[in-house]
Structure formats: structure tokens, C-alpha cells
Design a protein around this ligand. Structure first.
Ligand SMILES: [Fe+2]
Ligand SMILES: [Fe+2]
Length: 261
């Protein structure tokens, strides 16, 4: 196996329309200072507060400044809430229109393969969904990915935590495809898990908090910084701190190892 060093940023729930300007400035500064060492940025949805044109444009302007590939999936706030016709029949039309050149379905380079799970349920946007069709699509894509590459699934809703038996069953099928990471947002709360209660290895399942919005809940604005050296993984939860020397700083560090590839 050839040696590899990869750095990936996972952030989420920007909510343009409800951002905190200073936090955005600090995030831009962090990205600028670190982008020479970055391979990829993954954004797990809720780019906007209300799927409005000016909010999408502001989000796109921000994302266009990032000099490494940006992978982005839509969240429930990126589909129309009040225009029911559009929400039911073409929920992602605005997202597609404004995100245009960014990568949102599938990305693959010499080290990484990322599949985007578009989890918004237009009939009940707070609750996400996955379908058999998603499983087939991931299976199809991942079957040609060489085993040495890191496989990532990125979606908005925390489907791994759902109790619905139908979703649980589909989730099991996703796990059988052996992704290395499963990333999501939506809850505005960061978390990382690699093993279940029986000590069975799962994908590294991780959530990012809201990175720049004022919609913070139990924790400050945050994102995840993932470093992979061969099979060793270090994930830093980067949390925004106000006041003297403000900016994003590593608050927690999670260490684990991937299956040998
Ligand atoms: Fe959100
Ligand atoms: Fe959300």
C-alpha cells in the first residue's frame, strides 16, 4: 500500500441569511491559511436559511473563494418551504441552478471517492430519507472504486440515528458497502462515532455543527478537520471562540484507524 496524507474539512449548516459576519470572516481566514494543505472540503447542506436567490448567491460567492475541490449536498433549508408546487415537483431546482459548477453527486480523485446522499424529504423536510434507489446508486459507484481509496458518504440528515425500521434496514445496506466515513449536519451539533455498543466497527460517522450561522444550539459554531495518514485518522472538532485572538481552534481530538486497505 502506498503511503498517503490527506486533509479534509467537513462543515455544515452555513445558513446564509442568518450568518454571523465575524465568524464567516474567521472561517475565510482559516481556509486561506490552511488551504495549501487541504485535499477537499465537504459541506453537508443547509447552505441557505430560506432557499432564496440572494442567499444562494452569497453561499456560492463564499464557496468559490475556496481553492480546493468543494463537495456540497443540499439540506432541508435549500428547498422551497412555502412554494409547495416547486417543493414537491422540483425541490432541488434552485440548488442545482445556483450551485452549478460545484460537485454534489459524486467526486473521485486518486485517494478519495465521495458520494452525495440527497436526503431531503419534500413532504416532511425536517425528517430525512434514503431509498433503495440511493443504495443501488452508491453500490454502482463504489463497485469500481479501488479498495485503497477512502470512501465517503455525505448527506444532510442524520439517517444513521433514525429509529424508523425501514430506514434502519436501508442504513444496514449502506454499511455493507463499507464506506470509511459517513458525514452529516442538520442537528447543529457535532459528534463522532466509530464503533457500536457491541464494539463492531462502523464507518466513522460524524456530524458537524453549524459552522457560521447564528442558529447555534447546545454548542458554538464548529467544523471538523480530518487528517488521514495511511490508515490513521485524527479528527479535530474546530470550535469558534470570540474575544482576544478569536477564530477557530481545536477543542477536541478524536483518533482512530481505518480498516487496512
Ligand atoms: Fe441547519
Ligand atoms: Fe437542516
Amino acid at each position: 500500500m502506498s503511503s498517503r496524507t490527506l486533509n479534509i474539512i467537513h462543515f455544515s449548516d452555513l445558513h446564509f441569511g442568518r450568518i454571523q459576519n465575524q465568524v464567516l470572516v474567521d472561517l475565510e481566514k482559516y481556509l486561506e491559511e490552511n488551504q495549501d494543505h487541504l485535499n477537499l472540503v465537504i459541506l453537508t447542506g443547509d447552505l441557505t436559511q430560506r432557499a432564496k436567490k440572494d442567499q444562494f448567491i452569497a453561499a456560492k460567492d463564499f464557496l468559490n473563494k475556496i481553492k480546493v475541490p468543494v463537495f456540497v449536498v443540499p439540506g432541508n433549508h435549500d428547498v422551497p418551504l412555502y412554494n409547495l408546487f416547486l417543493r414537491f415537483f422540483s425541490p432541488y431546482s434552485k440548488f442545482r441552478k445556483y450551485m452549478g459548477n460545484l460537485i454534489s453527486n459524486y467526486y473521485e480523485d486518486e485517494h478519495i471517492a465521495v458520494f452525495g446522499l440527497w436526503t431531503v424529504n419534500p413532504f416532511k423536510v425536517e425528517a430525512g430519507r434514503i431509498s433503495q434507489r440511493d443504495i443501488l446508486a452508491v453500490t454502482e459507484k463504489f463497485k469500481s472504486v479501488p479498495s485503497h481509496k477512502i470512501k465517503i458518504l455525505a448527506g444532510h440528515h442524520p439517517i444513521a440515528t433514525y429509529e424508523d425500521p425501514k430506514i434502519k434496514k436501508l442504513f444496514e445496506k449502506l454499511i455493507e458497502l463499507k464506506p470509511d466515513f459517513l458525514m452529516w449536519g442538520h442537528d447543529h451539533q457535532s459528534s463522532i462515532q466509530h464503533f457500536d455498543e457491541t464494539k463492531k466497527m462502523l464507518p466513522i460517522m460524524m456530524a458537524s455543527g453549524t459552522t457560521v450561522s447564528s442558529r447555534v444550539r447546545a454548542e458554538a459554531n464548529s467544523f471538523n478537520f480530518i487528517s488521514i495518514v495511511d490508515c490513521d485518522v485524527v479528527i479535530k472538532t474546530m470550535v469558534h471562540v470570540n474575544g482576544d485572538g478569536q477564530g477557530f481552534f481545536a477543542e477536541k481530538e478524536f483518533r482512530s484507524s481505518l480498516r487496512a486497505h
